[in-house]
Design a protein around this ligand. Structure first.
Ligand code: ZN
Length: 327
């Protein structure tokens, strides 16, 4: 999460709610220390199903919205998944197992994030799909969740993690002109409640620095980030901190597929993992709907997630990659 004005507004609302409704109760704003237990999501079951009107994979270039929904459910069932927790280790194992089943080649990079709560062990995961030429199309998400009590992050970051897993299932079997890499970042969320550099984007900064050292960074032709893409009322605005031409490519692709009601032309300004790469000269675009009423609250649960929205975003990513493969 990352649009300053929107975030500040939400934080003010949250603060007001705390003062008005939770006077004397600080439990919702405490951030447990590394390794502290988080309350499991399993204590709050709710009936959650994929949408009946989810388009079939044949209609969305092979992307299976219902299977992506199951990936969100799986993550939510692990409970709160902040960096360094036992639950995020389960997510890492799950992602790696799913990638292996899909025939993907995946590496991981274990590192320590230097955070306000001390050193926290983190792990980036990177899928590499070969191409005929050295250029790279990099797709990305974060998979850690914000350090808040009872926060299971179905939309943030379950939805985009599910989209990238489902994309990997179809893309790993392909062999295009350019390489396609899919990154799963740890440590996107600020450890403190407030989003304030450098307390955020630990994983994407680590990967960008590592790719700069290895000489791969200049090979990245496009960086497409997804984050918070699963809501029922999904509306994705054009981010002013993204590359204009790359944003045009994605939004035109969406329009041609009939999704201009989801990929809208309203402007916004987002701070997110893409900035770790754009700061190093990479062309980036962020696909995010930050204006969800349950953002960074315990209400970010599986019932908020639409398998149809996941299918739409997945479809747009598959077709945007095809466009980028022709350039
Ligand atoms: Zn977040």
């Amino acid at each position: 999460m990352k649009n300053r004005s929107v975030r500040r507004r939400l934080e003010l609302v949250f603060a007001a709610l705390l003062i008005v409704g939770l006077a004397g109760c600080k439990s919702n704003e405490s951030s447990p220390a590394a390794g502290a237990p988080f309350v499991s999501a399993a204590s709050k079951p709710a009936a959650q199903m994929p949408d009946a009107d989810t388009p079939a994979p044949e209609k969305t270039s092979g992307f299976d919205g219902k299977r992506a929904f199951a990936d969100v459910a799986k993550q939510v069932n692990f409970g709160p998944r902040p960096s360094g927790s036992q639950a995020i280790a389960q997510v890492q194992d799950y992602i790696l197992a799913e990638l292996s089943s899909a025939g993907c080649t995946a590496d991981f990079d274990a590192f320590n994030g230097q955070t306000p709560a001390g050193e926290i062990a983190m792990k980036n995961i990177l899928v590499k799909i070969p191409g005929e030429r050295p250029g790279i199309i990099l797709l990305a998400t974060h998979y850690d969740t914000k350090r808040l009590d009872n926060f299971v992050g179905a939309d943030d970051a379950g939805s985009s993690t599910a989209v990238m897993l489902e994309l990997a299932r179809s893309l790993c079997a392909l062999h295009g002109r350019y390489q396609v890499w899919i990154a799963f970042f740890d440590g996107e969320e600020a450890v403190n409640r407030e989003w304030k550099d450098p307390d955020n984007r630990y994983g994407s900064r680590q990967m960008a620095a590592k790719l700069a050292m290895s000489g791969d960074l200049p090979k990245i032709r496009a960086f497409l980030l997804a984050d918070i893409v699963g809501s029922r009322e999904l509306r994705i605005k054009r981010d002013a901190n993204s590359d204009k031409a790359l944003t045009d490519l994605v939004w035109t692709t969406a329009k041609n597929l009939g999704y201009s009601g989801v990929f809208v032309n309203d402007p916004t300004s987002i701070e997110d993992d893409h900035q770790s790469f754009s700061a190093r000269g990479v062309r980036t675009v962020d696909v995010i709907d930050l204006e969800i009423p349950y953002w960074h609250t315990a209400q970010d649960t599986l019932d908020k997630i639409s398998s149809k929205s996941l299918a739409i975003v997945g479809h747009v990513f598959v077709e945007s990659v095809k466009q980028l493969q022709t350039k």
